[in-house]
Design a protein around this ligand. Sequence first.
Ligand SMILES: Nc1ncnc2c1ncn2[C@@H]1O[C@H](COP(=O)(O)OP(=O)(O)OP(=O)(O)O)[C@@H](O)[C@H]1O
Length: 599
Amino acid sequence: DISSDAQSLLQFASSVPHVRQLNWNSTIPICKSWVGITCNNEGTKVIAIHLPGHGLFGPIPPNTIGKLDSLRILSLRSNFLNGSLPTDIISIPSLQFLYLENNNFSGEIPLSVSPQITNLDLSFNSFTGNIPETLKNLTRLTSLNLQFNSFSGSVPDLNITRLRLLNVSHNQLNGSIPSSLQTFPLSSFSGNELLCGPPLNPCPVPPPSMALRPKKHTKKLTTGAILAIAIGSFLLILLLGILLFCFLKKKDRDSVGELTIKAVPPGKNEKSDDFGSGVQAGEKNKLVFFEGSNYNFDLEDLLRASAEVLGKGSYGTAYKAILDEGTIVVVKRVREVGVAKKEFDQHMEFVGRVGRHPNIVPLCAYYYSKDEKLLVYEYMVTGSLSSLLHGNRGIGRTPLDWETRVKISLGAAKGISHIHSEGGAKFTHGNIKSSNILLTTDFDGCVSDLGLAPLINVLPTKPRCIGYCAPEVIETRKFTHKSDVYSFGVLLLELLTGKSPLPSGHEEVVDLPRWVRSVVREEWTAEVFDEELMRYPHVEEEMVQMLQIGLACVTRVPDNRPSMEEVVKMIVDLRSSDSSEHRGSSEDNRSKGSNVQTP
Ligand SMILES: Nc1ncnc2c1ncn2[C@@H]1O[C@H](COP(=O)(O)OP(=O)(O)OP(=O)(O)O)[C@@H](O)[C@H]1O
């Protein structure tokens, strides 16, 4: 009856530490007032528990929630629960919806899963072992999400007619994808290096191993067969040779995307702080405008403009130039470009093309001469994420709210994802950081400095991406899509913690990912968040989810990081109907007069 359910819940609350208070006690009616608890109409049984983002810590003890024998929905997502998943919970015979994503559960999934289960979400945990074959028997299953765990072994042949959503991406699964699941999209399986077959790449054909063949076959190989094999192998080698030749040819043509240019030593002293000092006489009108740019000025206008230094970056100085007619642009004077004009033109043409996207700062024009290289960008009045986040932390500061932070990060993620998909496998941004994320007037994030890193592909003595560099970049000095993902992950951690990964003054460089990981490991997750965010109630769940995305991006092994496309999806999902449904349920909880509070 209801009192034994209450007893089991009180047992749970007393053994699982929690940051947000629970108003559970035996003096108030469980079905009417307990936070997160829903009963059946008769008020005789608990049928649902919703405690997402409640700051629950540690393992779930057996014989607590597992004793609620009429439970249908259990949502404990976005907490800090760890240890193994108690068998008694997952096998509650009435259980239909189990949401445990974004926790730290480990160990294997128990084999005896409730046959009533329709929705099972264990994503973003540290589960290991095989995906149990017993899942095949769950005929009612419609949605199974196991992404971002450490499951190994093969994918079971889940031939379940009702299954609509499946995600086993980013695990360590291997073997071929069962044919019953091949209709699911690529994103359901990506991030499993050893998994193959449609919709992923075809599985390698195993080499004919003599040892594995019954002896009698080898004996029966006729001369004709041997001859056929020899001719076949010759043709195969010939075909491979032709393919390799074509590939090298194509690579040659495509190489604008990965210019490797000798860096010229930086000038000892810049002669003047004017950006036009290197412009050659007689070349005053050689400003090359990009298609779609509706500016109407020439180089002379630009040189006459009143200019103000915005800052000295790693490529050179950026100026804000105010032209006669009130047009404002940003001129970047780029040093250390050792590339000839023709290559520079080609590269700029490519960058201009790739860079046409609402989340990329528009490049309007450029100028190239032997002594001066100028890039002209649209001026973004609202400034950079870096200045919004770290500028003026004292009195009079306008806090940067959570909604805006999510919007900026989504815009930036879309911009980078576009660069990766349009620029090709070799084209990277190479310098993602908060001062390169500029904001539109309605606070959408835009990526700036596109195409500069590949021009100056020789790392200066101090890497320019300091604080944001993926560990492998420091060793290999090569930027990849996955190293951009890492830098973006650092940027997410910066947004969440309010801490800059750059050294300031005499302070040492903060290794932000390392710091965040250590705090989370010590189970003080609530401490990592920017104090400024703590004033907004009911956003912790989204913050914890964003933290998980950030941490997935800064994984040390590049292949285990998500792609930018996946990151965009994950940030969008943060706001999906599923969350709002739960946000709705926390509204209910609030109206129940709970004293739920942001720590
Ligand atoms: N188009 C722009 N509109 C407004 N501000 C800009 C624009 N481009 C750059 N800035 C700002 O000007 C300053 C200098 O920019 P710059 O890109 O030269 O250096 P950085 O971002 O500090 O370093 P890096 O050269 O490594 O990118 C930064 O604070 C940046 O946010």
